[in-house]
Design a protein around this ligand. Structure first.
Ligand code: HEC
Length: 131
């Protein structure tokens, strides 16, 4: 190999090494959060069936024995149908305080905080049922 060829090879080597198009940075897309799933709460179900079904119906579809005689029927306790946000705190607070100026009563004196928590968990479970 003569000198010229050697120089050319070296230049070519550097050209290939440094002029490569940079590999695009991989942008990490935040993975979609899996849908939260609320488990069935047996104790909550018992309390719900004792205190809520009159107005909300046995599985929360607002078809209880007095649903139609309320001045305003509650919305079905289902995702996409409810007025309120579906999360533990919101539901717990509704059970604790009721909804002012509506027929949704407060259950402050009826249940302990732990019992209310169980009812809230059962309501959350109902919200994800198809019907
Ligand atoms: C006397 C009837 C009555 C009883 C008993 C009752 N509710 Fe309600 N509830 C209502 C009405 C009426 C509304 C709708 C209020 C409104 O117009 O915003 C409601 C609304 C709600 C909401 C909000 C729904 C939404 O659309 O966001 C939740 C959650 C709820 N009730 C849970 C309960 C639970 C749990 C119990 C039992 C511990 C219960 N309710 C008992 C009448 C009742």
């Amino acid at each position: 190999m003569n000198k010229k060829m050697l120089i050319l090879t070296v230049i070519l080597f550097f050209l290939i090494t440094y002029c490569k198009t940079p590999t695009p940075k991989v942008v990490k897309v935040e993975s979609v959060q899996p849908v939260k799933e609320y488990k069935m709460n047996k104790a909550g179900k018992k309390f719900f069936e004792k205190s809520c079904i009159l107005c909300h119906g046995i599985i929360g579809l607002a078809d209880g024995p007095v649903s139609n005689s309320l001045s305003k029927k509650p919305n079905p306790l289902r995702k996409g149908k409810m007025k309120h946000k579906i999360n533990f705190k919101t539901i717990y607070d509704i059970i604790l305080k009721g909804i002012p100026k509506t027929e949704m009563p407060s259950f402050k004196g009826d249940y302990t905080p732990t019992q209310r928590e169980k009812i809230a968990r059962y309501v959350l479970y109902l919200t994800q049922l198809n019907d």
